[in-house]
Every structure is written in C-alpha cells, then in structure tokens.
Design a protein around this ligand. Structure first.
Ligand code: AMP
Ligand code: MG
Length: 379
C-alpha cells in the first residue's frame, strides 16, 4: 500500500462519485482513490467497476503507451469539467478523445480527407493524435471551446479495454497536476491526483514516456503542433509533406502555438532548470564550473546527464537519463528524472543538451519547456 488503500472492496467505489470524505482539518472534500492492478485476484471485476465509473461520469486514470491519462466520458460535458478541476488545468486547453477502434473516428470527427485514413492505418493504435473538425456529439467543454477535436487510438491493452467497456470515447489529458511533469508510472499519478479522482489503473511503467505527436489535419498542409515518438519523417513517408508549427521553433519568443496547451509552462520541476548547450566536452566543463559555484554558495544542485558522462560530476546529485546511443531510453526516463529532483529539494538543476534527429526533437521540446527556455552556452 502506498499512502492510501490500494485495494478497496469493489462495493466501496460509489459509482462515479468516489467516496467523499470530510477532511478533518479544514473543509476540503476529497475522495478515496481506488488503485487497481492486473495482479489483483479480482482484476476483471475491478476493470468492470472502473468502466462503470466512466459511464457514471467519474474519473479513472489509466496507462497508455505514451504516459498515464486521466479519463472521463468525452461526450459528457460535466465529466470534462471534472478533469479540468482535478488537474487544475486551464479550461481553454482541450482534451484528447481516446477511441478503441479506428472505425469510431467518424463518430466524433469529420474524417473525409483520405490522408486521415492512411495515417490511422499506419499508426493506430499508437502515439499519433490527429486534430480534425469536430462533430456535434462532442461537447465544447471537451475541446476547450474549439470547433476541432483531437483524437487518438492508444496502443495499450488496458486503455483499450477501459474504452471498450465504458462509453467508447474517453477524454484524457495526461494524469498529472497541470504544469508538473507527465506521469510515466502509477505512483506519479498517485502523487498528484490521489484523493481527487475515483480510480487509478496501475499498469506499471509506460513504454514510450513522452506524450503523443499531435498532427493538425484541419490545415491544408498537415502541421505538427507537438513533436513526439512519431517523427516528421515517419509521417511524410505515409502522406507526403508535413510542417512544424512555426511557434515550436520560436517557442518562448512570443509566437502563439496552435495547440493551446503548448503555451503553458509545463513539465516543470520545482527547482530552476538550465540547459547547457555546446559540444560534449565543453558542456561537461561548464556544468562542473557551475556546480562549483553552487557548492560555494551552499546550494543543492541536480545534474541531468547521460550514462556516458555521469562519472564527470563530483558535486551535486547526478541523474543519468540513459545512453546517448539509446534515444528511446532517454525519452522514457525524462519525466521520472524531473520528478525525482522534487523529492531531493534541489535548488537548481543543470542539464546537458540532448538534441538528436529522431525522438530527440520531442525530448528537447519537453526539456526546453521544463527549463522555461533557459539555455546557457558552453564555450
Ligand atoms: P495532454 O493530453 O495533457 O497531452 O494535452 C493535450 C494537448 O493537445 C494539449 O497541448 C492541447 O492543447 C492539444 N489539443 C487538444 N485538442 C486540440 C485541438 N482541438 N486543437 C489544437 N490542440 C489541441
Ligand atoms: Mg499534459
């Protein structure tokens, strides 16, 4: 058990409401969050209950192959409002609608562009979200007031089962408190949302660890609004030309990104974070010098680096993301590493630069946001 009851008896999960309790101190209301996992002897029955929670308008966090999602019935405006409230998410930041069968896309979105079908055939189930004009059935609460809707079919058996057994359309942003690093383990979800949602399905650590690629198909030239595991090259092989949202390149310098969520401070650890850019040896020397100064000032330093350089830093808490030869490992470990600094009460974090052509674009996008675009040049 971690912090609260992980295995309440099924009947204790009041349908869609959780169990509302009055906190002893103050008047704050919270609910008891049920945590279920595949190894539970009655897991099949627990999944049925989790699906019932969604049907009844409640919230269930679940694993996907990218990060954990916080799910509610996408066709229920009140359920979407609950998602925003639990995360503390600004209500103009739309939610992604998750489906379990690519054939269901037509029910929520206008999908007559043949390129949409090609992309669905190539990448679904998988880490690609498409933005399309929405159909009437999707409430504006789910789309943050927009006439477009984001849709994805995730590649995770528990996610697909939950969607299938409940309402077929689950709105799910990442299951973190707004602004914090996205959750890649059930423990991260518990840390942020325990007491605020009905249920967490613990499916262990996720496979990819970065959120889906978001592709805006409502534009003439399909536009990547958020980089992810599916790279521009992979998309272009299937549908020809795609472009990056220009705001991704000038991020932090005033241009407005088309995905509303991309404008918010995001993925941020509590400490100030700086990215140190330059060639490998210069970066190591610069971080060593910065750490020496922090030591003299009596401040706690965190260092984010690769396996190859983790032995280079004598002062500070070193967290290695993985080998530079394995971009996917670095992507998978990033959010957990950022969260780990919060537990160490680090004052400042210096990170090596990780740019690489494939998924590295997505890694750097998240790192730049976590660092609030603070970059130090290493010469
Ligand atoms: P999350 O699910 O927490 O990864 O956040 C979903 C992301 O998708 C946010 O950055 C949203 O702004 C973006 N998004 C969702 N729906 C739309 C839409 N209709 N148009 C543009 N961006 C969207
Ligand atoms: Mg998110």
């Amino acid at each position: 058990m971690r912090g609260h009851d992980r295995h309440l008896a099924g009947r204790d999960m009041a349908a869609g409401q959780g169990i509302l309790l009055q906190a002893a101190a103050g008047k704050e209301e919270f609910m008891k969050t049920l945590v279920i996992k595949e190894s539970d002897p009655d897991f099949a029955q627990e999944m049925e209950q989790a699906a019932q929670v969604i049907k009844d308008g409640g919230l269930v966090a679940f694993p996907t192959e990218t990060v954990y999602g916080l799910g509610g019935n996408a066709l229920d405006a009140e359920a979407s409002a609950k998602i925003y409230a639990a995360k503390g998410r600004p209500s103009d930041n739309p939610l992604i609608v998750h489906i379990c069968d690519p054939e269901d896309l037509d029910k929520v979105a206008v999908a007559d562009d043949p390129r949409v079908r090609k992309l669905a055939d190539a990448f679904w189930p998988g880490p690609l979200t498409m933005i399309l004009n929405k159909k009437e059935i999707v409430p504006k609460e789910t789309t943050g007031g927009l006439d477009t809707v984001a849709v994805r079919c995730p590649n995770h058996p528990l996610a697909l089962e939950l969607i299938r057994r409940s309402t077929g359309f689950i709105a799910a942003p990442s299951a973190n408190t707004s602004g914090r690093p996205s959750p890649t383990k059930a423990e991260h979800v518990e840390e942020d949302l325990s007491g605020k949602i009905d249920c967490i399905i613990d499916g262990g650590e996720v496979g990819i660890g970065l959120e889906s690629t978001i592709l805006d198909m409502s534009e003439e030239i399909p536009t990547i609004l958020r980089p992810g595991y599916i790279t521009p090259q992979m998309l272009e092989k299937v549908i020809g030309k795609v472009r990056m949202d220009p705001a991704l390149m000038t991020a932090g310098k005033g241009q407005r990104p088309k995905a509303p969520g991309m404008k918010y401070r995001h993925y941020a650890p509590k400490a100030q974070m700086y990215l140190v850019k330059g060639d490998k040896d210069a970066v190591v020397r610069k971080i060593q010098a910065l750490c020496q100064k922090e030591k003299e000032a009596g401040r706690k330093v965190g260092i984010l680096c690769s396996d190859e350089t983790k032995g280079c830093y004598p002062y500070g808490t070193v967290v290695a993301l993985g080998s530079r030869d394995h971009e996917e490992e670095i992507a998978r470990n990033l959010f957990d590493a950022l969260r780990s600094f919060d537990h160490m009460d680090t004052d400042v974090i210096y990170s090596e630069w990780f740019e690489a052509p494939g998924i590295g674009i997505a890694v750097m996008n998240r790192m730049m946001k976590a660092a609030g675009h603070q970059v130090i040049a290493a010469e």
